[in-house]
Design a protein around this ligand. Structure first.
Ligand code: SAH
Length: 244
């Protein structure tokens, strides 16, 4: 099944952009996914082709009109989920990316200016999605990020080896640190355990590193993962055996 993507945007020239290169680009040429853009301005109805107007209640900038956006969304109506890029949405997660990649595709609405007239979300089934707690100038880069994350998971896009059960977030933890040759670089060697050939020891070391790094770098993830419960039954032991 081909993963079908439609992007609604004021800047269709931004697509496929970086997704035309490397892994995603090859997958696009192999038609493992398809990409279509829709120019939101084509759905403007007045003679100035306006898509935005001043914010109700005052304030800076312009707001995208609900009527114009709804007409654009309705023009692609099918069974795929419709997502809108907005910092007011639920932060994107690897779990959501996996679910999307397992489906038939997505329609993605990209905002600009001060964003969307809120009534759009009341009148249509649209999922607001954020790519993080910072503000971009437009939804296009967010859509590119979301699509890159989805496309690499499509069947046949990455080698089987890298399909990545152990990757960051897949287990609720960051991935363990990686090393490659040369064995010695600027006086630093690759950890001995990784050169031991002892697969059980390597697995145990990686698990411990993933846990330690997650706890130190991403206490929020660690908390959600179950924190101490994931490491040892008694919280006390964990502190003694903590990071070196
Ligand atoms: N005034 C809005 C921000 C508008 S930024 C607010 O404060 O919430 C303009 C557009 O960029 C948004 O409509 C959205 O499509 C996109 N955008 C900005 N930050 C984003 C983020 N973190 N995730 C997803 N899209 C974002």
């Amino acid at each position: 099944m081909t993963f079908r993507v439609t992007v609604l945007t004021l800047y269709p020239e931004m697509f496929p952009g970086p997704l035309g290169l490397s892994i995603a680009g090859r997958a696009l040429r192999e038609e493992r996914w398809t990409l279509e853009t829709v120019q939101i301005r084509d759905f403007a109805t007045d003679r100035h082709r306006s898509v935005d107007d001043t914010p109700a209640g005052g304030g800076a900038g312009m707001v995208l009109r609900a009527d114009v956006l709804a007409a654009a969304v309705d023009s692609v109506a099918d069974t795929r989920p419709v997502l809108a890029m907005t910092p007011r949405g639920a932060p994107l997660t690897q779990a959501r990316v996996r679910a999307l990649a397992a489906g038939e595709g997505a329609t993605i609405l990209c905002g600009r200016f001060e964003g969307f007239d809120e009534r759009l979300f009341e009148a249509r089934a649209i999922e607001p999605v954020s790519i993080g707690d910072y503000v971009l100038s437009g939804g296009e880069m967010g859509a590119l990020v979301l699509l890159d994350a989805c496309v690499r998971l499509l069947p046949g896009v990455m080698g089987a080896a890298s399909s990545g059960d152990e990757e960051s977030f897949e287990s609720g933890l960051l991935e363990y640190p990686q090393y490659t040759r040369p064995v010695e670089w600027e006086g630093r060697t690759i950890p001995e355990v990784l050169r031991s050939g002892d697969h059980a020891r390597i697995a145990a070391w990686r698990k411990q590193m993933a846990e330690t790094d997650t706890r130190l770098r991403r206490p929020d993830l660690w908390e959600r993962h179950g924190g101490a419960a994931g490491l040892s039954p008694s919280g006390a032991r964990r502190d003694k055996d903590g990071p070196r």
